[in-house]
Design a binder for this molecule. Structure first.
Ligand SMILES: Cc1cc2nc3c(=O)[nH]c(=O)nc-3n(C[C@H](O)[C@H](O)[C@H](O)COP(=O)(O)OP(=O)(O)OC[C@H]3O[C@@H](n4cnc5c(N)ncnc54)[C@H](O)[C@@H]3O)c2cc1C
Length: 431
């Protein structure tokens, strides 16, 4: 039986490992830290705080849906209520243009601009608009002379879906490709009941049922090419020999491994790229603060708050509430303590304004000053890592993760790259 090592047990590595094991391959999964990587949760005083992933965008057209179906994962969806999504606009709240009704009601843009925006949506869905490879979306909007308010709204949307402070730098082709899919959805944002830990546990269950082996707290330090396959080594000098390898760890971590020279030089440029970074501020409060909204986007400061327990009461103790605020960070400022302190102040102001009394009800808080949302930012001049090298390694070495080529953004890239690799290797045998 063919043997495969998957190095990295985040959503991408776990998905690839489960899919390959389901095909009958002998799979060994290695993870240096906690299974789930950037999608793990932490429970403090009965409140569940997600490290990273918390929403699935357009689940009805997602790759995750395909994975759930093919692996028969047991997941309960909790869908976002668009009517409870608000934009902060000129000091007050207005409907978020998350769907047709929101667009009709919102004050973010006026009457004729709404028509123009709707026309852009229609053109995107019908593939009449695909962008221009050499232009970023910011340059495209200027070239097409799109009205200021419509441009601002198109960039605001991208800011929240790509978690970026510089939406104008997204390649226009990537922008239209992403929204073609998202504008067709009936489920713009959804959550997984119990948090992403449930998905991690489900993938782990399938992998083990299919005979896969999980090596926890096992940091791989070297991968050596053999005449037939590869030899892996960990920190403790334990060794394993396999036919193929899936590298499911970020390029920045990959370059710390001793790898075959051609692989090392292949990944090097990708390890230099700028990631998407945010500051995350989670609070657990009690008793619950009832509001007529569950999501507020502060477009001036590029931060948003989600009442996660509105969707999933199981993540807080009875009558408790989890609010998560995410602030997008400019990469050049990430190491600047004054900039980060100012972000926290802005977050407090947002909470004070929309959740008065949150301070008195505070049970627990957690701040992550720099969380990596996506390892490679989708901006002009940065490209994702291909799933395969175009040399002799193509049949035996693959790359998966949110830094890789695939569909969508964020975790959808982790899932789609895993699906691509599993599909390619289902057809071809090693050597
Ligand atoms: C604050 C925040 C909010 C987010 N919100 C969303 C959202 O709403 N929707 C969404 O879809 N996505 C979201 N994301 C993104 C999502 O969390 C990631 O895209 C996804 O979890 C990435 O998974 P991955 O497997 O590709 O990478 P990772 O999770 O980074 O997995 C890499 C794994 O490799 C392991 N590893 C590293 N080095 C070694 C080694 N030498 N040997 C063995 N193992 C090693 C690590 O321990 C890790 O487990 C968010 C992320 C953050 C931080």
């Amino acid at each position: 039986m063919e043997s495969i090592a998957v190095v990295g047990g985040g959503l991408a590595g776990l998905s690839a490992a489960a899919l390959l094991a389901k095909q009958g391959k002998r799979v060994q999964l290695y993870d240096a830290a906690m299974l789930g990587g950037r999608a793990t949760s932490q429970i403090i005083k009965g409140y569940t705080f997600n490290y990273g992933a918390h929403a699935v965008y357009g689940r009805d057209h997602s790759v995750l849906k395909t994975i759930i179906k093919s692996l028969k994962l047991e997941i309960t969806w909790l869908d976002f209520s668009s009517t409870k999504a608000k934009y902060e606009f000129s000091g007050h709240l207005t409907a978020a243009p998350a769907n047709a009704i929101g667009l009709l009601k919102t004050e973010v843009i006026g009457g004729t601009d709404k028509l123009r925006f709707t026309w852009e949506v229609v053109k995107t869905v019908l593939r009449l608009e695909k962008g221009v490879p050499e232009l970023s979306i910011g340059q495209w909007l200027v070239q097409e002379k799109v009205e200021e308010d419509v441009s601002r709204l198109m960039l605001d949307l991208a800011s929240s879906n790509f978690f970026t402070t510089e939406p104008e730098n997204i390649p226009s082709v990537v922008y239209f490709d992403y929204y073609r899919k998202l504008f067709r959805t009936r489920k713009p944002v959804s959550y997984i009941a119990g948090g992403w830990q449930v998905l991690i546990d489900e993938l782990e269950r399938v992998l083990q049922e299919q005979g896969g082996t999980i090596h926890r707290k096992t940091k791989i330090t070297a991968i050596e090419e053999k005449e037939q396959g590869y030899r892996l080594r960990d920190r403790k000098k334990t060794e394993w020999t396999v036919d193929r390898v899936v590298l499911a760890l970020p390029p920045r971590d990959m370059r710390k491994l001793a790898l075959p020279a051609t692989v090392q030089s292949f990944i090097e440029p990708f390890a230099q790229y700028e990631p998407v970074e945010v500051l995350v501020y989670d609070v657990g409060i009690s008793p619950y603060l009832k509001t007529p909204f569950s999501y507020v986007y502060d477009r001036t400061h590029q931060l948003f708050v989600t009442d996660l327990s509105h969707y999933d009461p199981s993540i807080a103790p009875e009558n408790g509430q989890v609010l998560q605020v995410v602030a997008y960070l400019a990469h050049q400022e990430v190491g600047n303590p004054d900039y980060l302190a100012e972000k926290v102040k802005q977050i407090h102001r947002l909470l004070d304004q929309h959740y008065p009394q949150w301070q008195e009800r505070l049970v627990v808080e957690r701040t992550m000053k720099r969380a990596i949302v996506q390892e490679i930012k989708w901006k002009m001049g940065q490209t994702p890592l291909p799933n395969f090298m175009q040399d002799g390694h193509k049949e035996t070495m693959a790359f998966v993760g949110d830094w890789c080529e695939g569909e969508g953004q964020l975790s959808e890239l982790s899932f789609s790259s895993a699906l691509n690799v599993a599909a390619e290797w289902q057809q071809k045998n090693a050597h």
